[in-house]
Design a protein around this ligand. Structure first.
Ligand code: PYC
Length: 332
């Protein structure tokens, strides 16, 4: 018999789940989180599947595992786990993870109010605001984001031909702006967007290749960002981000917002210092800002920041027992 117990704290960031594994995570080899991510995927992916998929999780489930930092100047290192795999970076996951970690005393930042977090995609600098033991907002300064490709043609049997841009914001995003054959997310159901997204992502990855210039383990277009009209007129833009096989992000998606700000910057629609309020499918909001403009290899990149909030709602001791036929989860 083999049974393993995980002590988790559950939260949501602007509506999207974050399950932080506070106890029971595996020891990983590697001199940084990118290497540790590879070790986890090779030997411990059953933990991700068991904790994220049904019956212990669900289609949108997403989480993280904390590790000690590799550089003593930093406060924490984080592995992101999700139904789609182990993301190089996750914005809503960072906001939820930092909220839980501070409120539950799982990390003690060297400078209160600031966290230096090592993610597989790179160093992320975080500012958080806390009142009476409650974290009320988390702002992360993300890794460099850039526009990787423009105007790629895609065919969708239901929509016909349309055009996408691909941008990196910690993951690679295909961005589908309103155009002749797609008027915006307000015209469609989440179910339609999900079924089209699966096919579109497959097509993109069969026809094009996206590899991060500084870390080849970050590759492939994993997410689809569908754009549309805002509900709140004070928001800059609205999106529905598809990830995994059946998920639409309930939050405005931190890495998706970063990717979209990089796209807008490259097209001259946003400049350094500009604020970008992104609205999610359920109307929750992140405040994005272009903090800086940098060159990364051959790309003009931006340093985006994303600010949002999370709410801790539960403690969850989860057992994965090999005698359970669904120990490692299932997908329908
Ligand atoms: O917030 O970066 C994000 C994210 C990625 C997938 C779901 N949320």
């Amino acid at each position: 018999m083999n049974s393993k117990t995980f002590f988790c704290v559950d939260a949501h960031t602007c509506g999207n789940p974050v399950r932080l594994v506070a106890g029971g995570g595996p020891v990983l080899n590697g001199k940084n989180m990118s290497e540790k991510r590879q070790h986890f995927l090779k030997e411990f992916d059953w933990i991700r599947k068991g904790l994220m998929f049904e019956p212990r999780g669900h289609d949108m489930m997403s989480g993280s595992i904390l590790y000690p930092p590799h550089d003593p100047a930093n406060d924490v290192a984080v592995l992101f786990i999700e139904t789609s795999g182990c993301l190089p970076m996750c914005g809503h996951g960072t906001i939820g993870t930092i909220t839980i970690a501070i409120e539950e005393g799982l990390i003690k930042p060297k400078i209160p109010g600031l966290v230096r977090m090592e993610a597989p995609a790179g160093l992320v600098l975080i500012e958080y605001k806390e009142t009476a033991g409650k974290v009320i907002s988390v702002k992360l300064r993300n890794v460099p984001a850039y526009l990787a490709a423009e105007n790629l043609s895609i065919e969708c049997p239901e929509l016909g031909e349309f055009f996408i841009d691909v941008a990196y914001g910690g993951n690679f995003y295909a961005i589908i702006d309103p155009q002749k054959n797609f008027k915006g997310i307000q015209e469609h159901t989440a179910g339609q967007l999900i079924s089209w997204s699966r096919d579109i992502r497959k097509q993109i990855n069969e026809r094009y290749s996206f590899v991060h210039p500084q870390d080849p383990t970050i590759n492939g277009c994993s997410h689809i960002l569908w754009a549309g009209d805002t509900i709140d007129p004070t928001a800059t833009a609205r999106n529905a981000v598809f990830y995994g096989d059946k998920a639409i992000d309930r939050s405005p998606c931190g890495t998706g917002t970063s990717a979209r700000m990089a796209q807008w910057h490259a097209k001259g629609k946003l400049k350094k210092g500009d604020v970008f309020i992104h609205e999610s499918i359920i109307g929750s909001k992140f405040t994005g800002r272009i903090e800086d403009v940098v060159t990364m290899d051959k790309y003009d990149a931006i340093i985006p920041s994303i600010e949002g909030w999370a709410e801790v709602y539960g403690y969850n001791t989860i057992k994965i027992d090999d005698r359970d036929p669904y120990a490692h989860g299932f997908q329908v």
